[in-house]
Design a binder for this molecule. Structure first.
Ligand SMILES: C[C@H](CCC(=O)NCCS(=O)(=O)O)[C@H]1CC[C@H]2[C@@H]3[C@H](O)C[C@@H]4C[C@H](O)CC[C@]4(C)[C@H]3C[C@H](O)[C@]12C
Length: 324
């Protein structure tokens, strides 16, 4: 399971929880402008926008999980099993492999409107990156500071949906996730009056009773509701530091603790990392399961005209600030 969020505060922030029962050798990877992307359709992207995000590097290629470009556009791939359907390889100008979508979009677009035009007649193919990395069933959230969209490649073709909540989890398809929010329209951050039976003396015995019924489980539909509710009620703050902290709190509302999601054979899905990219500054913040301290890598501290990938292994060791 995974959850991704786009959030506006003093700046715009984009990030995700990566929830899985195993981990890749992912790192924070910066792709400078002159790293050449040889697309599987034969096209070459040689001079493009720089990007930063979480990726596995294989054969000198950044297989991004989520990333943001120097223009503040962001994208994350989330699991979409049994529904993602990619077309067979066509090698036409408008076809790209699923693993290419993130660099393809971020290398050339600055806004959601530009992304929509780029995706207009796009075909996503099931071409594998390599035998080690076959194509995986994903859907994507793409966001700038003004809007977000969800991109789903289903059996009946490519769908680009406006995403008014700026949240994405996993199955079912996005329109159903959005529709399901109707079932929770009565939830509130305030404790409501007694509409149940005003003639009965029903006591508001606790704060927080307005959100009774907010689903607390880890299923993707429940996480979608919980992350959206949390984001929608989130306060705005004075400083960027407070925003970043708040962003991680939003993600922690759907955080997965080891042991709670048994996927069989003594494997447990858990939140491997949470990220928050400040898309205004290009600083990628993250926490890992064992290290709750926020680490940061800055896009603009690097030579963005370089032609080689820059990568920083994750800081995963628990860090404790001892006081005495
Ligand atoms: C599995 C990851 C998503 C986590 C998630 O959504 N889990 C939910 C599980 S469930 O629905 O609730 O069952 C996704 C996110 C990004 C994916 C990776 C990126 O797309 C980059 C490459 C792409 C290659 O085609 C496959 C390997 C890969 C390295 C992908 C492996 C895997 O599919 C990742 C890591």
């Amino acid at each position: 399971m995974c959850t991704s969020v786009s959030f506006n505060g003093n700046h715009h922030y984009f990030g995700r929880n990566l929830d899985l029962d195993y981990t890749f050798n992912q790192e924070v990877v910066i792709t400078p402008r002159n790293v050449v992307f040889e697309l599987r359709n034969g096209q070459t992207l040689s001079s493009h926008f720089a990007m930063i995000g979480m990726a596995v590097i294989s054969d000198n290629y950044p297989l991004y999980f989520d990333a943001t470009n120097e223009k503040g556009l962001s994208i994350a791939g989330l699991n979409y099993p049994k529904n993602a359907f990619y077309q067979p390889d066509e090698k036409t100008e408008n076809s790209i492999a699923s693993f290419e979508l993130i660099p393809y979009v971020l290398s050339q677009c600055t806004t959601i409107d530009e992304v929509k035009s780029l995706l207009d007649d796009l075909i996503i193919t099931d071409v594998a990156f390599s035998p080690e990395f076959p194509s995986s069933p994903l859907h994507w959230i793409i966001a700038d500071k003004h809007a977000a969209i969800t991109v789903e490649s289903d059996r009946d073709g490519l769908h680009v949906y406006d995403n008014p909540v700026g949240v994405l989890t996993n199955n079912p398809p996005f329109p159903t996730q959005l529709f399901n929010l109707n079932n929770y329209r009565h939830l509130s951050a305030k404790t409501s009056a007694n509409f149940f039976a005003p003639q009965l003396d029903l006591d508001a015995y606790s704060n927080g009773m307005g959100a009774i019924g907010l689903p607390g489980d880890l299923s993707s539909m429940s996480r979608f509701v919980r992350a959206t509710f949390t984001k929608e009620h989130s306060l705005k703050f004075q400083t960027v530091e407070e925003d970043i902290n708040q962003f991680f709190h939003i993600l922690s509302s759907v955080w997965q603790t080891k042991g709670l999601c048994d996927v069989g054979e003594e494997h447990y899905e858990y939140t491997i990392y949470s990220s928050c990219c400040d898309t205004d500054t290009g600083i990628y913040y993250y926490k890992t399961y064992n290290n709750s301290q926020i680490s940061a890598v800055s896009l603009h501290h690097e030579n963005l005209d370089a032609s080689d990938l820059i990568h920083y292994p994750l800081v995963t060791k628990t860090s404790i600030h001892s006081i005495n």
